[in-house]
Design a protein around this ligand. Structure first.
Ligand SMILES: [Zn+2]
Length: 190
């Protein structure tokens, strides 16, 4: 498959700016006024940030905190379920490591949450997800952009490319030592 088609399939977005509003490890911005507050946190640091954030919310509002180890199918289903029944005036905080927070943020955006309703607080960037365009598996890795990680699905050696898909919350993997040119060389990546 030519790269242009692969890229169209992966529906790449250039960055996460649309819903990444705080620098790493900074306390999330105050919750503001809302009728309901919902926090989904991953890991210890995420949990602490979410607890503090909820404590600042106006006490007459409904507050809920869902704690998860990682952005598992179960955690994401809980988020989806909550957003489905959410009232107008909901404010959502997602706090945790990049790989989990971005994955959950993608689900929240897919559910129709807009930027003003969602705050994403990234506690660390040690782990990321890499999308394999060959078998469409996502592999979680601690490797840096530019490094090579084996795909969990097909075993291909994937170079972690710097393009990030907001929809899948993953970086594009590029088969290391492939004969095809890198996507940027084709000029199809915004
Ligand atoms: Zn693969």
């Amino acid at each position: 498959m030519p790269w242009a088609s692969l890229l169209a399939t992966a529906r790449l977005r250039p960055d996460m700016k649309a819903f990444s509003s705080v620098p790493d490890n900074a306390p999330p911005k105050p919750p503001g006024r809302a009728t309901e507050f919902f926090a989904l946190s991953f890991g210890e640091a995420g949990r602490a940030a979410a607890t503090e954030w909820l404590a600042q919310a106006n006490s007459s509002a409904q507050r809920r905190h869902v704690v998860a180890e990682e952005a598992s199918d179960h955690a994401l289903a809980t988020l989806r379920g909550h957003l489905r029944t959410a009232v107008v005036g909901l404010r959502v905080l997602i706090a945790g490591p990049e790989a989990d927070a971005y994955k959950a943020a993608a689900v929240a955006c897919e559910a129709g949450l807009v930027q003003e309703e969602l705050i994403v607080a990234v506690t660390n960037r040690n782990a990321k997800r890499v999308f394999c365009p060959h078998c469409r598996t996502e592999t979680r890795t601690a490797k840096a952009i530019g490094a090579v990680a084996p795909c969990n699905g097909c075993g291909r050696q994937l170079e972690i490319y710097h393009h990030f898909s907001r929809r899948t919350a993953s970086y594009l993997g590029f088969m290391a030592d492939a004969e095809e040119p890198r996507p940027a060389a084709l000029g199809v990546v915004a």
